[in-house]
Structures are given as structure tokens and as C-alpha cells.
Design a protein around this ligand. Structure first.
Ligand SMILES: Cc1ncc(C[n+]2csc(CCOP(=O)(O)OP(=O)(O)O)c2C)c(N)n1
Length: 352
């Protein structure tokens, strides 16, 4: 039996949460923002392992509002713009930065890079560069959680571009049909590379599509981290009890699709307007309005900056992976050792 769909935008959260609860969310968003700024710096300094770096600046409300609802045992996958989500889930910024730098000390010993970070200890089943590619894995993880009665939830994070991918609909259908503890989280930053959401679909009320499959579905304003957090608690909480859900989070991608994209397809006015929808500044303004001292926030910001400076230094100082580690962690332990690349090349060339 599927649960009836709960559709429609959530009511706006009034600004009543006391500062002690709001402050950790602000801190977490500041960590994501500063981490991403340092990732940009890593690239400019020629220390990133690749040029395809997708920054989530502007999306901190989504990453932190949902990422902080996960518990030990929960699992998740992300799209290519997933640094902030993993950080909010508890990732070590030094190991993340090292992975982005392709270093041995990174989460995947430099083999994953920015777009393919994974870490089983925190339930990260993998970021994925294929649009929609990470989504079906959470259906499998949800099935495992249900069969083990572990109480765990599995979440798929993806962009609005994935709303046009068939795999999402197969996955939502199966999750709903089998009452799996699964949540689909669409970080709707309005753009899929150079295509605006309304140039890609007529059906821009994204939650309605999920509701049609029998999922509990909501859309929430990603500028308001408390509203995101409240919606995530509702949706994730229901999923834990076997009522799968969907959450669309409206936000704006502040910069280009990847580091080299200057987004010529957007007007300056649009970008200026979009960047005013800043979840970090909004949380800061709300804290100030509640009476938190500006110096306290400045100190917090400086602490975060120091933490992220240490992360970039750690990444740059870390060693490159050794060549003989090329196949380590690539094949399952019970698989036979693969033929060394050099031997294989020599063997193939010797055929001619
Ligand atoms: C199946 C597939 N098609 C096309 C691409 C090329 N591509 C990479 S990112 C991207 C846009 C994704 O947009 P969205 O899902 O909204 O995520 P965002 O980049 O906005 O975070 C596209 C089309 C791809 N990686 N995979």
C-alpha cells in the first residue's frame, strides 16, 4: 500500500527558532561556502586533479538543511555538485580537499576526484557525474534497509536536470510501490548547464510529478535553511517509517556550471537577482536580528576560514598516489589481481 501523496509547497517557517538552534546551521552553511571558495582557489593554483569542478555556492541551504538530518547507518548518493552535501553529512574537509586534488590522503586515495567521492563509513555511496546516475542505487539501499529493519534511510541528491531522466521515474515508482525508506532530493538551482528549467520542461512544479507516483512530495525555499530543515525532517522521518518521499529545493546556482563556465547564457540582472537569494547572508541577518553579536559571527567565520585554510594546505602538502596503487580499491577483494597495465600494453602491442 502506498501512502497518499502530500503535495504542495510547505508553509514558510516563521523566524522564531532561537539562536542556539539556528547558529549550528549557519556555521555549517558557512563551512560549505568557505570550502567551495577554497576549492576554487585550489583550481586557480593549479592543484586540482581536474578542471571540472562544480561549486555549490548558493545551494548551502539545501546541503545543510537535508544533510544534517542524516544519521549513522543512513546512506546517500549525490550528483556532480555534491561537495556541500557530503560536508554537511560530516565529511572531513581535509580529506575532501585532498581527493579533489587527486592526492593519496583523499577519501578515495585520489581516484575519485571532485565528481566521484565516496565513503562507506559515512554512508556516501558515491557522487556520480552521469545526470541521474546515482538515483537507482538508493532504491537498492532502501530495500536492504527495509529487509534488515535497520531504520536507515537512503537519500538521492540530484539537480533539476535529472528531472528529465527516465531512471528517476523508474526509481520513484519502485520506491513507492515497495514502501521503501527512500528520499529523492532535487536541488533545483534553475539551470542545467546552459538550459533553464522552464526551457527543459513545462511541468515546473516538480513535486507534482513525484506525488503522481504516490510519494510524499514537497517544494521548499532553499534560501531558508530552517524551512528546508523542517521539510527534510518531515520527509526523512516519514521515509524511516516506510513512506518514501521527494523534496524539491528551490535555489540559485551563483556561478557557472563548472569552473571555466562564465555563464554567458544568463543576464547580469538575472545573476544579481539570483545572488540576492543567499541562504548564508539570510541566516546571518536573522541571527543579528535575534540579537546575536556581530563579533560572535565574525569570530565564527574566522574559525571556519582557518579550518578551510588548513584543508587546502593539507591537500597541497599531501603526496600523489603511487603508481602501484592504481588498482587498489578498484576491484572487489575476491576478484583475481588484474594484469598490470604495462604488461597488458606490451602483450597487446606484441600481437601485431
Ligand atoms: C546522462 C547525462 N547527460 C548529459 C550530461 C552532461 N551534463 C553534465 S552536468 C549537466 C547538467 C546537469 O544539470 P542539473 O542536473 O540541473 O545539475 P546542476 O549542474 O545544475 O547542479 C549535463 C547536461 C551528463 N553528465 N549525463
Amino acid at each position: 500500500m502506498t501512502t497518499p501523496a502530500k503535495a504542495g509547497p510547505a508553509p514558510a517557517t516563521p523566524v522564531t527558532t532561537p539562536a542556539p538552534e539556528r547558529l549550528p546551521l549557519y556555521r555549517e552553511m558557512r563551512r560549505v561556502r568557505t570550502f567551495e571558495e577554497r576549492v576554487g582557489e585550489l583550481f586557480v593554483r593549479g592543484e586540482s586533479a581536474g578542471s571540472m569542478l562544480h561549486l555549490s555556492i548558493g545551494e548551502e541551504g539545501a546541503a545543510v538543511g537535508v544533510g544534517t538530518t542524516m544519521r549513522d547507518g543512513d546512506t546517500f548518493t549525490t550528483h556532480h555538485r555534491g561537495h556541500g552535501i557530503f560536508l554537511a553529512r560530516g565529511a572531513d574537509p581535509r580529506r575532501m580537499m585532498a581527493e579533489i586534488g587527486g592526492k593519496e590522503t583523499g577519501y578515495c586515495h585520489g581516484k575519485g576526484g571532485s565528481m566521484h567521492i565516496a565513503d562507506m563509513s559515512l554512508g556516501h555511496l558515491g557522487a556520480n557525474a552521469i545526470v541521474g546516475g546515482g538515483i537507482p542505487a538508493v532504491v537498492g539501499a532502501g530495500l536492504v534497509a527495509r529487509r534488515r529493519r535497520s531504520g536507515a534511510v537512503s537519500l538521492a541528491f540530484f539537480g533539476d536536470g535529472a528531472m528529465q531522466q527516465g531512471i528517476l521515474y523508474e526509481s520513484m515508482n519502485m520506491a513507492a510501490l515497495w514502501d521503501l525508506p527512500v528520499v529523492f532530493v532535487c536541488v533545483n538551482n534553475q539551470w542545467g548547464m546552459g538550459t533553464r528549467i522552464d526551457q527543459a520542461t513545462k511541468a515546473t512544479a516538480l513535486h507534482e510529478r513525484a506525488a503522481a507516483f504516490g510519494l510524499r512530495a514537497e517544494t521548499v525555499d532553499g534560501v531558508d535553511v530552517l524551512a528546508v530543515r523542517a521539510a527534510a525532517e518531515r520527509i526523512v522521518g516519514a521515509a524511516r517509517e516506510g513512506r518514501p518521499g521527494f523534496l524539491a529545493i528551490d535555489c540559485y546556482r551563483f556561478f557557472g556550471h563548472a569552473r571555466k563556465d562564465k555563464s554567458p547564457y544568463r543576464t547580469e540582472e538575472e545573476e544579481a537577482e539570483g545572488r540576492r537569494r543567499d541562504p548564508v547572508s539570510r541566516a546571518r541577518d536573522e541571527l543579528l536580528a535575534e540579537g546575536v553579536a556581530e563579533e560572535e559571527l565574525d569570530t565564527l567565520d574566522r574559525e571556519v576560514a582557518t579550518e578551510m585554510d588548513a584543508a587546502i594546505d593539507y591537500a597541497i602538502a599531501s603526496a600523489e598516489p603511487q603508481l602501484d596503487s592504481m588498482f587498489r580499491d578498484v576491484f572487489a577483494p575476491d576478484q583475481p589481481e588484474p594484469e598490470p597495465v604495462r604488461t597488458r600494453i606490451d602483450r597487446v602491442l606484441a600481437r601485431d
